[in-house]
Design a protein around this ligand. Structure first.
Ligand code: ADP
Length: 634
């Protein structure tokens, strides 16, 4: 059959364009990416062969071969792995399987990526990096189990946004990726160069990466002469470092292995390596990254360490082994207590898996606690990147919520801008008479600092935690208390921190409050004396158990029905305006002005909350009128 032309999806073209025209440094990483794909393909074949012996095809050794052909100017990366069908090749090599493609494209075009092409691997587009060094790439592939004449040949020179596909034959299963190297990339045909790159980037690959090496050796027949001898050599050391003793692994090796499994080029923040013995035996090598992967909030982000059973990779991400609030952790777990043919379904409630999950969860949380204690700066950096994710644990891991609460950091009215406090430190600074932990949600630091809700706190020097993540209110409400001190929102419920005796004030202003309440019927559930205001005349507060207004808006924006809750209008009995209104009330209960003011105060409270007055035009008019009156009175 003739070769058929196909066009790349738009996003692939963009990536190719980037590969060819914008990336200049570290071009050698193309080899790491291709070897990594080959290794994945062998992992899959080996796994399938566990249940289908025929796929092992004569029991040949799994391996990855590099074939440098100086005459043709081609470098081939060959594997005897799973291979691809025609449809799979179209999908895998002509599209990008990603959610969030738009953000992803933006990221790709960012300076960060342009200056650091090493980051490419992270995005799952490693194959295309071949075009950094090749004018043309051909892929000859045959799916394991398919007959020899059902192979496909995929060819592209990336020039016109297209590739061709045709049927072909291939003697063995697996994939050959053949690169026709660019003029200035011929060094990748040299033995020493390939050796160096494999050592640097692919040393941990489990399968041998082999190459035919020709050496001159003394001729055994005639000592005076030399002969050329070609031998297959393995270039990588193939160390499964997670199975080694800690003392036998260098810091450098740990880092390289991290980069290999995570495709992250930044060194990890912490490395956790241990072996558990006893009823359940396993080895775990885990990493806490220093930088948040760009796709960690995507739906298809893969959670969990790679799982090995007797050195066979069973899955590249075992989500049953790690709670999702620790999904930033990368690594490898190997256990010989699991059967080789475990499926994801079985893993979900397998006892061994539960034991391992528990153990590594504890280890990670312990490591974080240690980091917080011994290296606050590093922990602060970690928290910047992953705090938001860790915090989900409060909601999802009831058993460990106290432990996780110990790890939380918040800004507060007493921390310097940009610095954070732990809850334990907050408790230490609490005022002697203070009973609760106060917090404010729904804004940034600047808006919190000028918030009318914090007037009394400021006056009394009571520290308030400033919570800026959108779901903090839900998390904190769920947590309820920390070391027996309850959390109290500064913007919800009744507080008793104000000046004067509230009971007396209630008596004094009781009738006025009633009138205002009647005037605002249907808008607020109650008008009451405020225990939190100092300078402002009024504010609106949510009920103790209601969602805060920001959350209500967020849910509404997501199209969800949420109860609005009972709003309460609080008035400041020490404010001049309220005192005047009280005078007016004593003189004439039916005063029209009193009613008008009540409405205006309510609108003002909406404004303070970050909302709009009910009728902005009417509000502005009324305000202008009052200002004019003020001017003429003065
Ligand atoms: P990633 O490997 O991160 O998914 P790549 O762009 O490197 O991204 O590869 C895309 C896909 O192409 C792979 O997911 C795999 O399905 C397929 N593929 C690439 N190389 C091989 C290979 N040597 N054997 C089988 N499939 C391969």
């Amino acid at each position: 059959m003739k070769a058929k032309k196909h066009v790349f999806k738009a996003e692939v073209n963009k990536i190719l364009d980037l590969m060819i025209h914008s990336l200049y440094s570290h071009k050698e990483i193309f080899l790491r990416e291709l070897i990594s794909n080959a290794s994945d393909a062998i992992d899959k074949a080996r796994y399938e062969a566990l249940t289908d012996q025929s796929l092992a095809e004569g029991g040949e050794e799994w391996k990855i071969e590099l074939i440098a052909d100086k005459e043709a100017g081609t470098l081939t990366v060959r594997d005897n792995g799973i291979g691809m069908t025609r449809d799979e090749a179209v999908k895998a090599l002509g599209t990008i399987a990603h959610s969030g493609t738009k953000e992803f494209m933006k990221l790709l075009e960012s300076r960060e990526v342009k200056d650091n092409p090493e980051l490419i691997g992270q995005f799952g587009v490693g194959f295309y990096s071949a075009f950094m060094v090749a004018d043309q790439v051909s892929v000859i592939t045959r799916k394991a189990g398919a007959p020899a004449d059902q192979a496909v040949l995929w060819v592209s020179d990336a020039a016109d946004g297209a590739y061709t596909l045709e049927d072909t034959e291939k003697a063995s299963k697996g994939t050959d990726v053949v690169l026709t190297l660019k003029e200035d990339a011929r060094q990748y045909l040299e033995e020493w160069e390939l050796r160096k790159i494999v050592k640097q980037y692919s040393d941990f690959i489990e399968y041998p990466v082999v190459m035919a090496v020709t050496r001159s050796a003394p001729d055994p027949e005639d000592k005076e002469k030399t002969i050329e001898e070609t031998k297959e050599e393995t270039l990588n050391s193939r160390k499964a470092i997670w199975l080694k003793d800690k003392s036998a692994v260098t810091a450098e090796e740990y880092k390289e292995f991290y980069k290999h499994i995570s495709h992250d080029f930044t060194d990890p923040a912490r490395t956790i390596h241990y072996r558990a013995e006893g009823t359940t035996e396993f080895s775990a090598l885990l990493y806490i990254p220093a930088k948040r992967p760009f796709d960690i909030f995507y739906q298809d982000y893969k959670v969990g360490p790679a799982l090995y059973v007797r050195r066979v990779q069973i899955m590249d991400h075992c989500e049953a082994m790690l709670p999702s609030y620790l999904r930033f952790v990368k690594g490898v777990v190997e256990s010989s207590d699991l059967p080789l043919n475990v499926s994801r379904e079985i893993l979900q409630d397998n006892r061994t898996v539960t034991v391992i999950k528990k153990s590594i969860t504890k280890k990670v949380l312990d490591t974080l606690a240690e980091m917080k204690r011994d290296d606050a700066e590093a922990y602060g950096k970690f928290y910047e990147q992953f705090g938001r994710i860790l915090k989900e644990g409060i909601h999802h891991d009831f058993e460990r919520r106290e432990t996780i609460a110990d790890l939380l950091l918040f800004e507060s009215t007493k921390t310097e801008a940009g610095k954070k406090t732990t809850l334990a430190e907050y408790l230490e600074r609490m005022q002697p008479e203070q009973k609760e932990i106060y917090y404010i949600t729904g804004g940034d630091r600047a808006s919190a600092e000028s918030s009318p809700y914090l007037e009394v706190f400021k006056e009394k020097r009571i520290e308030v935690l400033i919570m800026t993540d959108d779901f903090d209110d839900i998390i904190i409400t769920g947590l309820g208390a920390y070391k027996e001190k309850e959390f109290q929102s500064a913007i919800k419920g009744d507080l008793d921190l104000g000046e004067g005796n509230k009971e007396e004030q209630k008596k004094e202003f009781g009738d006025l409050l009633e009138l205002m309440q009647a005037e605002l019927k249907g808008l607020v559930a109650e008008v009451r004396i405020s225990g939190r205001l100092k300078d402002s005349a009024v504010c609106l507060v949510a009920g103790e158990h209601d969602l805060d207004p920001k959350m209500v808006k967020m849910f509404q924006a997501m199209g969800q029905e949420v109860p609005k809750g009972e709003r309460v209008l609080e008035i400041n009995p020490n404010h001049e305006l309220i005192a005047r209104m009280q005078q007016l009330f004593s003189a004439d209960r039916a005063s029209a002005q009193l009613k008008e003011y009540t409405g205006l105060l309510y609108d003002q409270a909406l404004l303070l909350e970050g909302d709009k007055p009910r009728d902005p035009v009417a509000f502005a008019r009324a305000l202008s009128k009052l200002m004019a009156e003020g001017v003429s009175a003065g």
